[in-house]
Design a protein around this ligand. Structure first.
Ligand code: BES
Ligand code: MN
Ligand code: ZN
Length: 461
């Protein structure tokens, strides 16, 4: 993807608003006034063959609809919708759009990003993934930065989706740790990993309990991106269950549970984008990673474990494992000194019931921090809905044998109960947002989505 000052004789993509006339040079060259035949309604594609009048074969006119109704959110939809018409190496012409609706640089940044994400396909194992078609942007205004940013975002999101879509036998905790190490090396990010031995030393009893039933040791992956001097590091934490069988509370149907590490993959995508755009910020990326399986050593219902925080937890359900690995990650992030935390986790089926695959469940222990995030979601064109935290939910996690239990059974509001469990590991002066992406992280048919990557990047940068 690059910028050219002049079209280089490839087929042209020509987006156009309802209020606009087609450039008279095009009409002159075609020797036919097509102004009345081009449908400019939003999302309409009109293919006009050049019949030898140009050294290329056709122009794709893309209707943008009315100027006043246009937005970056609509642009994202549009690019996805027309991606089936876009062939290898076309020229995208944009100068005629001007800057009054959205700036041309924003238009190009969002177009390039959406171009890259809309061509993503889950990879058939053993085959190379389908490459993204090249696109040159024809313009006289400076667009290098817009193209660069669009590319970094698009590729970062696809990278996270690629990791997420991998089957669990090919994306084990060990492989995920290797991927993180590779990323860190390539992008000059600091990398640390707490092995099982260090987790034992740190008394990370949550993640270790979940890991008991797996043949593969657990890891706490830590990436440290420092690009803002001595400022404090924020932390992004992602649930990394590479497969969730439910443990002894075995799931009836665990199809789809390879996606239980999407939060972790998203964290890697977020770190890659931050480093790619050289964002002036300091961020820890923390991923507790393990399988949740069953064997003779696996943890069992009513086991009492001691988490890294020192708090004891009665395991009511071995299927409420996400919160057990996340509570240790939250404690660890605070031990590292972070006082602003965001976690992403495919945490509860209850969140899927409430919001489906449309909205991410958003929880925050601080209104100001939430409002910041609301702005970030708006800027990123992503959908999240705030759900409540309340002492009354936490009260449902009282245990006779431990400080708290990891599940309340089925009293409803499972997403809030899980969030309140996590909140009890967040210290008073720490700002914290929890994103329950159980419904939004993957979609039937298209696979992993990279949900909330853009919003969290927006927040961190
Ligand atoms: N990974 C699941 C949540 C999930 C469900 C993600 C469906 C995506 C789709 C999580 O570990 C889980 O099993 N949660 C339980 C918690 C319950 C036992 C308290 C749930 O939601 O049923
Ligand atoms: Mn589970
Ligand atoms: Zn899970």
């Amino acid at each position: 993807m690059k910028q050219l000052n002049k079209a280089d004789n490839k087929n042209i993509i020509y987006p156009i608003f309802e209020e606009q006339k087609i450039d008279s040079k095009i009409i002159d060259t075609l020797q036919f006034d097509i102004n009345d035949t081009i449908n400019r309604n939003f999302g309409e594609v009109t293919k006009v063959y050049t019949l030898g009048k140009y050294p290329f074969t056709f122009i794709l006119f893309i209707g943008l609809g009315k100027k006043e109704a246009f937005s970056t959110a609509k642009l994202r939809k549009l690019v996805a919708k027309i991606s089936c018409h876009v062939q290898e190496h076309m020229n995208l012409v944009i100068d005629h759009l001007g800057d009054d609706v959205i700036s041309r640089s924003t238009f190009v940044r969002v177009w390039v990003e959406s171009h890259i994400t809309s061509q993503y396909q889950e990879q058939k194992i053993g085959h190379d993934p389908k490459p993204i078609t090249d696109l040159d942007i024809i313009s006289s205004v400076y667009l290098d930065r817009a193209i660069k940013f669009g590319t970094v975002y698009g590729e970062g999101i696809n990278y996270a989706r690629r990791l997420s879509d991998m089957p669990s036998n090919l994306m084990t905790p060990a492989i995920m740790a290797e991927e993180a190490a590779k990323l860190a090396k390539e992008y000059d990010i600091e990398y640390m990993v707490l092995s099982k031995a260090s987790l034992e030393e740190m008394k990370a009893g949550g993640i270790l309990a979940v890991n008991q039933g797996s043949q593969i040791p657990a890891y706490m992956i830590v990436l440290k991106y420092t690009h803002n001097g001595n400022a404090e590091h924020q932390a992004v934490i992602g649930k990394g269950i590479t497969f969730d069988s439910g443990g002894y509370n075995l799931k009836g149907n665990s199809y789809g549970m390879k996606y239980d590490m999407c939060g972790g993959a998203d964290v890697l995508g977020i770190m890659r984008i931050l480093a790619g755009i050289q964002a002036k910020t300091n961020v820890y990326g923390i991923i507790p990673v393990t399988e949740n399986l069953v064997n003779g050593k696996a943890y069992k219902p009513q086991d009492v474990i001691t988490t890294m925080s020192g708090k004891t937890v009665e395991v009511v359900s071995t299927d409420a494992e996400g919160r057990l690995i996340l509570c240790d990650a939250i404690t660890y992030a605070q031990k590292l000194g972070a006082t602003r935390l965001i976690d992403l986790a495919t945490l509860t089926g209850a969140c899927v019931n409430a919001l489906g695959d449309v909205y991410t469940g958003v929880f925050a222990n601080d209104d100001e921090y939430y409002h910041e995030f609301e702005q970030a979601m708006k800027a990123a064109d992503e959908k999240g809905w705030r759900l409540p935290l309340d002492q009354a939910y936490l009260d449902k996690l009282k245990s006779n044998s431990a400080d708290l239990k990891n599940s309340a059974g089925k009293p409803g509001a499972g997403a809030s109960i899980a969030a309140n469990f996590l909140e009890s590991f967040v210290e008073k002066d720490t700002q914290w947002i929890h994103l329950d992406i159980a419904g939004t992280a993957d979609q039937d048919g298209t696979g992993a989505t990279g949900a909330m990557i853009r919003s969290v990047v927006e927040m961190m940068k």
